[in-house]
Design a binder for this molecule. Sequence first.
Ligand SMILES: NC(=O)c1ccc[n+]([C@@H]2O[C@H](COP(=O)([O-])OP(=O)(O)OC[C@H]3O[C@@H](n4cnc5c(N)ncnc54)[C@H](OP(=O)(O)O)[C@@H]3O)[C@@H](O)[C@H]2O)c1
Length: 279
Amino acid sequence: MNFDQQHVIITGGSSGIGRATARLLIQRGAHVSIIARRQELLDETAAELQALRGQPEQRIRAHAADLSAWEQAREAIAALTADGFPPDVLINSAGITHPGYFEHLDLDVFRRLMDVNFFGTLHSCRAVVPLMMERGRGQIVNLSSVAGFLGVFGYTAYCATKFAVRGFSDVLRQELKPHGIHVSVVFPPDTDTPQLQYEDPFKPLETRRISGTAKTLTADQVAQAIVRGIERRQVYILPNLDTRLYFMLVNGFTGLARWILDWTIAQARRERELDAKGS
Ligand SMILES: NC(=O)c1ccc[n+]([C@@H]2O[C@H](COP(=O)([O-])OP(=O)(O)OC[C@H]3O[C@@H](n4cnc5c(N)ncnc54)[C@H](OP(=O)(O)O)[C@@H]3O)[C@@H](O)[C@H]2O)c1
């Protein structure tokens, strides 16, 4: 994919992985829109992107919204795509975490994480998909985590949300493929961002030990993997070798299963079309 003049919407684009991805894409000639809650960080990021812009016609927009609320998500996408800027790519990077032993985690933590990580992702997809369907093209990239395919001690709340993002994205990919819309999922390992700094004091020792077995990446490294993944229309974006090895270990024959599903779906669609012609 050539990003020149493409409109990329990045949720959570004011920090960490989302912000690093925004920086890369503005340098590739894209129009970049970012969504997050804190206005100050949005303004700071917009100024940073402005300075990196290669062409004066590249548009940068920042919109404050809490994506866990459907109305705010809908309004944000509507505002950012008005005036002849339909979305070409949506990257869902907004997310939060809070590790701890299951019995110590307040129920509200589970609800809040699901609201932001899962429902936030769902809301922005819901708002963008009709616009992409109208044009018969688009790419959606949802941020899961290694904790979205591997249960990691201390992350009962977080893992549940990231497995949910993966399951949701797998089905969305199948359903949107006939409409020319491609869906990818990213599975970053620990990445040096404000989120990683936030969770550090809450991490049980067991979690620390598990995290210690894999290399921590920079946000720029993950952003590069995301951009490459979009260009190659990868389904699963696994940013480094460690992550690929973990994934192979956990999911052995996932590719074959996906191929069988795609084949079965294609057969069923053909059957449906034949039925429709016959009746
Ligand atoms: N860092 C890691 O080790 C790691 C590893 C695997 C996966 N991930 C995933 O990668 C994604 C990016 O993480 P990161 O490390 O870059 O985090 P980060 O630096 O903390 O950035 C998170 C972004 O999401 C926004 N956000 C949070 N809640 C929101 C809400 N309710 N509505 C709208 N925006 C919201 C934040 O801005 P506001 O707070 O201003 O809203 C911020 O822009 C997340 O989904 C995360 O779970 C991270």
